[in-house]
Design a protein. Structure first.
Length: 358
């Protein structure tokens, strides 16, 4: 059932301090003199727009809600374990604010770091020194990662959480949605609810993240084609230089991921990003099966001004999932003014995740 209310909290954009503004960028609807390069790299670059950014949900401080009209408190939901999955170029720290608030409401929270992400992150030496020539060729161990590696990491967390007792709720943002679908196929009996937060939910017609972003709906997103460092095919990773001093690149990054946030919030987001993401993982199949994934109650948090996982793509993924399991459809909650990070005040998002029906 769609929730057509407005997003919780006013947007925090401060035009008086908007240093980066809006610059030309690569999008699915525009042309370019570098057309051949764009065509060659678009499949590789588009998924970078799905970056689940390391301060994302923590951009604002989540408020505890105590009014009786909302689903709050252990008396309503009981103790749960939330397993939270970040997206591309990101880490478990993405979930800091929401995880803290869910814990304060009495739940267990596990914010997963995918392999070679977060506390295990690979940092190229040339990234630290900003030697851009060396950065274009420095090898990366991230290239060896597959979607199987990501699924195993999350499945392991879900198994351990289930042994602790209480229902397990699995939530993914952006690229994390592919892991949600994979894990829901692997251990459906351990999951009480799955939630996609502006996340990829591949389908039979779009079986991978690459296929989703290559679709007509996916082409409406912003793609950082010109910001790619090195040759993704040779490196095996999509590498982005988040520490760039190039104002045009910074403008593209901000428009892509958090145009409605202040410059200060944007810089905190950039500080939490990591350079590399596996090209192989982007190509991995992640289609939920009707008899496993399809029997788990599921929710989609739809962000209406998302410039990285376009709203048109979100709508198509929801519709195709519902076609596969018409008797178990997505519960959709709409945040019409939210970009990819979600609303600057994450209170309403947290309230919804807290109150997901089991």
């Amino acid at each position: 059932m769609a929730d057509k209310g407005n997003s919780g909290g006013a947007h925090a954009a401060d035009s008086s301090t908007d240093t980066y503004g809006t610059a030309p960028y690569s999008s699915g609807s525009s042309g370019s003199s570098a057309l051949s390069r764009r065509h060659a790299l678009r499949r590789l670059a588009a998924t970078a727009g799905g970056a689940a950014l390391a301060v994302g949900v923590g951009a604002g401080a989540a408020r505890a809600v105590t009014d009786t009209g909302r689903t709050t408190g252990r008396t309503r939901t009981g103790v749960r374990t939330y397993v939270l999955v970040h997206g591309t170029h990101s880490a478990g720290a993405f979930w800091t604010a929401m995880g803290r608030e869910l814990a304060l409401r009495g739940h267990r929270v596990v914010a997963v770091d995918q392999p070679l992400h977060g506390t295990e992150r690979f940092i190229p030496a040339a990234y630290q020194t900003q030697d851009l020539r060396a950065l274009a060729t420095e090898p990366s161990p991230v290239a060896a990662l597959t979607l199987d590696d990501f699924e195993r990491r999350v499945t392991g967390a879900v198994r351990r959480a289930a042994r602790l007792g209480g229902p397990v709720v699995l939530v993914g943002h952006s690229m994390g949605g592919a892991s949600v679908s994979r894990v829901a196929d692997a251990v459906p009996e351990l999951l009480a609810h799955i939630c996609y937060m502006a996340a990829f939910c591949p389908s039979r017609s779009m079986p991978s993240l690459n296929a989703c972003t290559a679709s007509p709906e996916g082409q409406r997103a912003i793609s950082p084609v010109e910001q790619i460092v090195g040759d993704p095919e040779k490196l095996g990773v999509l590498r982005l230089n988040w520490r760039t001093a190039d104002r045009r690149d910074l403008a593209v990054f901000k428009e892509m991921i958090c145009a409605d946030h202040t410059d200060a919030e944007f810089l905190r987001v950039m500080e939490g990003m990591q350079t590399d993401e596996s090209m192989t993982a982007y190509a991995g199949r992640a289609v939920g099966r009707a008899g496993t994934w399809g029997r788990i109650p599921r929710t989609y948090l739809r962000f209406g001004k998302d410039r990285t996982v376009s709203t048109e793509l979100q709508d198509r993924m929801i519709a195709e999932a519902d076609e596969l399991t018409p008797d178990n459809r997505f519960m959709v909650h709409n945040f019409p003014n939210a970009g990819h990070l979600g609303p600057p005040d994450p209170t309403r998002v947290t309230d919804l995740v807290h109150g997901l029906p089991l």
